[in-house]
Design a protein around this ligand. Structure first.
Ligand code: BJW
Ligand code: ZN
Length: 293
């Protein structure tokens, strides 16, 4: 059974078949059906904290222990999640079309794990599995660090009171505020091996921070090519965070038609909806594979 209206599917697939230069802007909704929560709306609360508020240099400065507990939890969840059919379909499109570039705002590592060709995947907001020194003057960076937990103090608590779970070492869900977590300070947290003093921090892009320079450069190269852009797919993102959201209008200005996949039928992209656009309502994990079939 198809979740996509037949006429829209047909006109989209006709356009896709003719398209050579294609962008995709990916967001948290792409990974929702892999079990990872989004930022805004339901699931955007971690304990009592708004996830967006924890993703800031100010939060890390104030309470690095809390921010590490948030990111350590998300690293653990992401490692235990699997890429879904949409991640796989996008990776497949990249293998079929050399001129397809995916711009992912996600830090969960699921597109790389779906074997999306690295040259055709730009991680706009970094990765949970990059770790870097928080000291401004130290340039230490570690890529693909999958150690979980990254330091023993960040291990998830297990339910010791329950005999059944002691046996299974069942981890407690610390996104739930009723589960107690320890207060962690500098001594418990991962330190930089280069300067021996800075705290390590997740290699993600927080509010007010610059996106990775090499990533910005490759997006610019794609946008500034003299050739038109045929299509931009906007999948599972509220498209409210810049500069990422601005790429939709930039692509449109280069001739791209816009195809939106979002669970929320009231979703409106940054620049508004145009006659030339497609809007596919529903779960990306189901719709994207149908669109790209
Ligand atoms: C489904 C679904 C299903 C659910 N299927 N769909 C211009 C104007 C105004 C402000 C600015 C501007 N330019 C810059 C700014 C400031 C700021 C900004 O954009 N603020 C806005 C909020 C107004 N931007 C920045 O600060 C950026 N930096 C910057 O601009 O630097 C400039 C600079 C220059 C020179 C020197 C120094 C600085 C950095 C932005 C970094 C964003 N970081 C985060 C955290 C990353 C780490 C982490 O993961 O913890 O990135 S914030 C968070 O939002 C995360 C996400 O990648 C990002 C986008 O969220 P996303 O993916 O769209 O998720 P949601 O939850 O919002 O939406 C999910 C969608 O899916 C919804 O629509 C659902 O309906 C849908 N959905 N389930 C399909 N199954
Ligand atoms: Zn350092």
């Amino acid at each position: 059974s198809s979740a996509v209206p037949h006429e829209a599917l047909e006109s989209f697939q006709q356009h896709l078949a003719r398209s050579t230069r294609i962008l995709a802007l990916l967001g948290a909704g792409l990974s929702a059906s892999s079990g990872l929560p989004t930022f805004r709306g339901a699931g955007g609360l971690w304990r009592t904290h708004d996830a967006v508020q924890l993703a800031t240099p100010e939060a890390f400065g104030r309470d690095p222990g809390l921010v590490w507990q948030f990111y350590s939890y998300r690293r653990h969840m992401a490692l235990n999640a699997k890429p879904n059919p949409a991640h796989h379909a996008l990776a497949e499109l990249a293998r079929k079309k050399e001129g397809f570039l995916a711009l992912s705002q996600n830090v969960d590592g699921l597109s790389p794990r779906a074997h999306h060709p690295a040259a055709q995947l730009k991680l706009l907001h970094g990765s949970l599995f990059d770790v870097k020194c928080s000291d401004f003057f130290c340039k230490y960076v570690e890529r693909n660090n999958y150690t979980d937990p990254i330091v023993p103090a960040l291990a998830l608590p297990t339910d010791e009171a329950d005999p059944a779970s002691r046996q299974h070492h069942r981890e407690l869900d610390i996104s739930d505020d009723s589960v107690a977590i320890p207060e962690l300070t500098y001594a418990h947290l991962p330190k930089c091996p280069a300067c021996n003093k800075g705290l390590l921090r997740p290699g993600v892009v927080w509010f007010g921070e610059q996106l990775p320079m090499d990533v910005l450069d490759s997006v610019d190269d794609f946008m500034n090519s003299p050739d038109d852009i045929d299509l931009i797919l906007v999948i599972g993102t509220s498209a409210k965070v810049y500069p990422a959201a601005g790429y939709v209008d930039m692509a449109r200005a280069k001739g791209a038609r816009v195809a939106i996949v979002n669970m929320d039928k009231n979703h409106v992209p940054a620049g508004g909806l145009y006659d030339q656009d497609w809007f596919f309502e529903g779960d990306a994990a189901q719709i994207v594979p149908e669109l790209l079939k």
